[in-house]
Design a protein around this ligand. Structure first.
Ligand SMILES: Cc1cc2nc3c(=O)[nH]c(=O)nc-3n(C[C@H](O)[C@H](O)[C@H](O)COP(=O)(O)OP(=O)(O)OC[C@H]3O[C@@H](n4cnc5c(N)ncnc54)[C@H](O)[C@@H]3O)c2cc1C
Length: 369
């Protein structure tokens, strides 16, 4: 039922206008409101905090269906659910959950997760943003880069260094509100793909953040970011899976319609073998996503599984979308047929929430333990 609801929503609400939102970089404001009504903005949050109380498997199903049509919208869903809501529910205080989690889980507000900086991407330990301890508050200074929902969010989880001597162990995770004095939002990035999503740099100049807005103990910030990203990667893996399966469905249908040399192109073995390969790889990616989600739902370790799912599903998304364009021939190269957008959108899944190289570092550390 959940898959069906997400599929119908994607077809009826996301598909119309998806090409225009991509072309003009329009944020899907109305679509996100409707996703909130369906309970998809706080899917795994306990109903007592306005969530839907669903499991991670359901989340994978929804992410796949939305991403088949519109990965710009699905990344909004992914960041709000698996980075912001998850982080607050798992590690926040009761007061933080009341004040921040409830409106985020209902979708009344949107959240952003702010770790990356101009000089700190894969190497997230070399943070330059500082949160100086001033007694009852922190004084925040620095710049964050590439922040999804940067100009649409109202609540920002920001990682910053307090104790410079202690390296990443001196880092805190702080909750910021839009409009705090000294907090400014930079220009929107003009991107290759997921162009409907809202990516900005953020600047902090002497922003006063109350002590009660720190998540977890003093010094927990880096661990908070890493633990939260472990779950976030399941969302991005499912996004990559959706981009791949969306492109595959379009290519399969097209191969039965297009004729060349007196027969459907699906009757040429070269096309059949492409379809066989991508169908197999998508199924494998889906099972890796389900495995990571299942482990998380069982309370078992899932860091290796979520990195494997993201690494593999993002490779499959790239390969499948390139093949889908090829199967469409010249028509694949123009916007009306959707596969060129899926090809551009696929690339980001190999970059954000840890590049493919970083996933290989995580996986190899685990297998070499
Ligand atoms: C559209 C978009 C949205 C984003 N959203 C967010 C967000 O909401 N919040 C947020 O905090 N960040 C966000 N990011 C940032 C994203 O997570 C980083 O871009 C990513 O982690 C890579 O960091 P970098 O860009 O600095 O690349 P770098 O770290 O400079 O990497 C450059 C290259 O070097 C490779 N490399 C680096 N270190 C190693 C190593 N040890 N071994 C092998 N290879 C290595 C990388 O894999 C990559 O190929 C977003 C980025 C984009 C483009």
């Amino acid at each position: 039922m959940i898959r069906q609801a997400a599929r119908e929503f994607a077809q009826n609400e996301l598909k119309p206008g998806v090409i225009e939102r991509d072309e003009y970089q329009k944020f899907p404001t109305e679509q996100v409101k409707k996703l909130a009504e369906l309970g998809f903005m706080g899917m795994m949050v306990d109903p007592k905090y306005n969530g839907s109380g669903l499991d991670s498997i359901s989340y994978v199903l929804v992410m796949e269906e939305l991403s088949k049509i519109d990965a710009s919208t699905s990344v909004v869903v992914s960041v709000n659910n698996s980075l912001v809501c998850y982080g607050l529910e798992k590690y926040g205080t009761e007061a933080q959950k009341e004040k921040y989690l409830k409106p985020l889980a209902s979708g009344e507000k949107l959240g952003a997760f702010c770790l990356s900086e101009p000089e700190a991407g894969s190497d997230a330990t070399s943070q330059s943003t500082t949160a100086k301890d001033m007694g009852d508050h922190y004084l925040l200074n620095g710049v964050k880069n590439w922040i999804t929902n940067g100009n649409s969010a109202s609540v920002y989880l920001v990682i910053a260094r307090t104790d410079l001597e202690r390296g990443h162990r001196g880092t805190n995770a702080l909750i910021l509100e839009r409009g705090m004095e000294g907090f400014t939002i930079g220009n929107k990035e003009n991107k290759l793909g997921i162009r409907g999503s809202d990516t900005h740099s953020l600047m902090f100049t002497d922003v006063k953040v109350p002590k009660e807005n720190r998540i977890g103990e003093e010094g927990f910030g880096f661990s908070f970011a890493m633990k939260t990203l472990e779950g976030g990667r399941i969302g991005i893996a499912a996004q990559a899976l959706g981009i791949a399966s969306g492109a595959y469905e379009l290519a399969l249908q097209y191969s039965k319609e297009r004729k060349a040399f007196g027969k459907q192109i699906a009757d040429h073995q070269a096309i059949q073998f492409k379809l066989a390969d991508i169908a197999t790889e998508i199924e494998a990616a889906r099972l890796l996503c389900f495995k990571a989600a299942w482990l998380k739902d069982q309370g078992l370790p899932y860091a290796k599984a979520s990195s494997m799912a993201k690494l593999y599903a993002s490779q499959v998304a790239m390969k499948t979308t390139v093949e889908a364009v090829q199967i469409h021939g010249g028509y694949g190269y123009v916007k009306e047929y959707h596969v060129e957008r899926l090809m551009r959108d696929a690339k980001i899944t190999q970059i954000y929430e840890g590049t493919s190289e970083i996933q290989k570092i995580v996986i190899s550390r685990q297998v070499l333990k």
